[in-house]
Design a protein around this ligand. Structure first.
Ligand code: GUN
Length: 292
């Protein structure tokens, strides 16, 4: 069994990006600038956005954190997005999800200029992704592809089962794994809350990508020998023994499933850090395109 070490690979990617930033600086160019907008004060979202900003510093990007209150109206957020679209200093930006209930997420995602949409959530970018055109690929699926690539995990002709159909992970992942090329060329099954007999499906999978958000959902008896297991779950579970009062738990019963798996991602230290690294990669791409 091999651990797919997202922490290590993400650090390698950040080092590679830092080299590119240095080249830009040496040529007297402008370094990439990422902005992140967070609405409200959800603890997990604040942590994620904080990590994104910190990662920018690490690679030499400029970053801007825009914090807006929980009572922000949809119009106020749309105005902020217009400002970021028009600000030529900013190469790319993200609106951290989820948003408070008074704000329509679809309207917000449509308002982000596709050239600055480093999350790859705008329909123009999502459509390009589905049509194999060059674009921003959503960071978490992009990170999973990169992990599979760097560990040379075979995907061609394999049966990949994706659990969860979210717009951020499951849906794009199901499209990407079925695309022509590597990683891809998989036969994909997308499972969700209405799927019947999920164990019957997962136990036939060569690759399982679980993006459900239910701690320890995937048990050893649901997995065949030598399966590749990608755990996208990051649920906070109360744990008074930890300094923060919680710990992060994945969708996979790691201790038992890892005994059967050929490759497996840990939580934490698997997919999570890859998401941030790939957001940086998309921002570098946005900078390069902005220049062109
Ligand atoms: N919330 C959870 N994951 C993500 C992500 O990748 N991007 C944004 N903007 N919000 C998220």
């Amino acid at each position: 069994m091999t651990i797919l070490d997202g922490k290590k690979i993400s650090n390698d990617i950040k080092d590679e990006i830092a080299v590119e930033v240095k080249k830009i600086k040496d040529k007297g160019g402008k370094v990439p600038h990422l902005a992140a907008v967070i609405v409200g004060n959800d603890g997990a979202s604040l942590t994620y956005v904080g990590s994104k900003v910190k990662a920018c510093e690490r690679v030499g990007f400029e970053s801007t954190l825009v914090q807006m209150s929980n009572t922000t109206s949809e119009i106020e957020l749309l105005e902020k997005i217009k400002e970021l679209n028009e600000n030529d200093d900013i190469d790319g930006f993200i609106i951290q999800l989820p948003l408070p209930p008074q704000i329509n997420e679809q309207k917000v995602l449509l308002a982000v200029h596709p050239d600055k949409d480093v999350d790859g959530f705008h329909p123009a970018n999502f459509g390009k992704m589905a049509l194999d055109m060059s674009t921003f690929i959503p960071a978490t699926p992009f990170g999973i592809l990169e992990l599979l690539d760097r560990y040379n995990v075979e995907t061609k002709g394999k049966h990949t089962v994706v659990i969860g159909r979210s717009h951020i992970v499951g849906r794009p992942m199901s499209i990407l794994m079925g695309r022509k090329g590597f990683p891809g060329n998989s036969t994909v099954t997308l499972t969700h809350s209405h799927t019947k007999n999920i164990t019957q499906i997962t136990s036939q999978a060569d690759i399982i990508i679980s993006a459900l958000g239910v701690p320890n959902f995937l048990k050893a008896e649901m997995v065949k020998d030598d399966a590749v297991i990608i755990d996208v779950g990051i649920t906070r579970v109360t744990d008074e023994s930890r300094p923060r009062g919680y710990r992060i738990v994945g969708d996979v019963d790691f201790d038992n499933v890892s005994k059967k798996a050929s490759f497996i991602t840990p939580v934490p230290g698997g997919v999570g850090p890859m998401t941030i690294a790939m957001l940086l990669k998309n921002t570098l791409l946005a900078r390069e395109r902005h220049n062109a």
